[in-house]
Design a protein around this ligand. Structure first.
Ligand code: PLP
Length: 359
């Protein structure tokens, strides 16, 4: 089977077998050794000297944590949005009482750093900027390095959703000056759903001290004091910790640079293959993502029917479009455990499903 949606992604055999281990005491020494070890190794992936915490939740839990740990109700935040997940990030900030200033870009077009500068220049009281690094809904990678440079120029807090990019697409958080960055286990990490990872730097902790949004489960101050004892405040998803240990070993063995390169090679192959099939990419190609390819639905062709044929007759599972893109695009996930050979198979299946439909 080719499960090629933008998460959950396929897990390597070694990762799957680690899931059948017996539980351990999450307040005991073995777990303490494990969480300290995993936390240090995750810092290498975030490329940070700041703090990293492993939360038991999907990625959206970490998204909420980034907001409630750094902001107070009434704080003004600038939410950059060019897709479904940009909308979600903005929505979380509103739900907790932030005064959200939206800067919208067309779905499929990149966020423009210059426009961010124009807003920050005028709006002196904007405290934080929210951005999605890799917009999974449109298959587009925003120019985060340039956006971060603008945010640093105006010295605001920068919160980054890196759920579908971290570990696959370069994001050196300290070097670029991002303050809080979060991701989830089930996308680039080749681990089942169940954990999220969040990194926070000194500026993030300064904001934490003043942040008054309600929080309990997501309180990173609590996570920090428990981590000192080698624990989490609440019962962690122990099996996914085991799985992460194995997956990080695979990631370390291959090397981050090589992983970034592999994702680029695989994505180039997918983009070429899609064009050869006579289809076109949805996003601005200059910003096309190396982890997800969004393809415009061919004229007059029912995407739902295409995905159904692929699933039932070729054992290839792809994703449709979300929200306003439903029926307009389909998406191929190529992140984590993925090779060029996998994509050859997927492209061949799409090709023959299309000719079957056109017959
Ligand atoms: C998958 C994804 C999310 C949501 O993560 P969940 O684990 O489903 O909560 C948020 N943002 C982006 C960019 C994603 O790709």
């Amino acid at each position: 089977m080719q499960l090629r949606i933008p998460g959950p992604t396929p897990c390597p055999e070694e990762v799957l077998s680690s899931l059948s281990r017996q539980m351990i005491n999450h307040r005991g020494e073995e777990f303490a050794e494990l969480i300290w070890n995993l936390t240090e190794r995750l810092k290498n992936i975030f490329m940070t000297k700041g703090d990293v915490f492993i939360l038991t939740s999907s990625g959206t839990g970490a998204m909420e944590a980034s907001i409630v740990n750094t902001l107070s109700p009434g704080d003004r935040v600038l939410a950059l949005s060019n897709g479904f997940f940009g909308e979600r990030f903005s929505g979380v900030a509103s739900a907790f009482g932030a005064e959200v200033l939206k800067l919208d870009f067309e779905w499929g077009k990149a966020i423009e750093p210059e426009k961010v500068r124009d807003v920050l220049k005028k709006e002196r009281d904007v405290k934080a900027v929210l951005v999605v690094h890799n917009e999974t809904s449109t298959g587009l990678t925003n120019p985060l390095k340039e956006i971060a440079r603008v945010v640093r120029e105006y010295d605001r807090l920068l919160l980054v959703d890196a759920i579908s990019s971290l570990s696959c697409i370069e994001l050196p958080m300290d070097e670029w000056g991002c303050d809080v960055v979060f991701t989830g286990s089930q996308k680039g990490f080749m681990v089942p759903p169940g954990l999220s990872f969040i990194a926070i730097n000194e500026r993030g902790w300064e904001a934490y001290k003043k942040a008054k949004m309600p929080k309990f489960y997501w309180d990173l101050g609590k996570a920090k004091s428990f981590l000192e004892k080698g624990q989490t405040p609440w019962t962690p998803s122990i099996p996914i910790f085991f799985a992460l240990d194995v997956a990080l070993r695979l990631i370390e063995k291959e090397g981050l640079r090589n992983i970034f390169e592999r994702h680029k090679r695989v994505a180039d192959k997918v983009r070429e293959g899609i064009k050869e099939l006579g289809l076109s990419l949805f996003p601005d190609e200059r910003y096309a993502s190396n982890t997800i390819t969004a393809v415009r639905s061919p004229d007059g062709l029912d995407t739902r029917e295409l995905l159904k044929i692929l699933r039932e007759e070729y054992d290839v599972v792809l994703a449709g479009g979300q929200d306003r893109l439903s029926g307009k695009i389909f998406r191929i996930g190529h992140l984590g455990k993925v090779s060029e050979a996998d994509m050859d198979e997927v492209l061949r299946a799409i090709g023959s499903a299309l000719s079957k439909m056109r017959r």
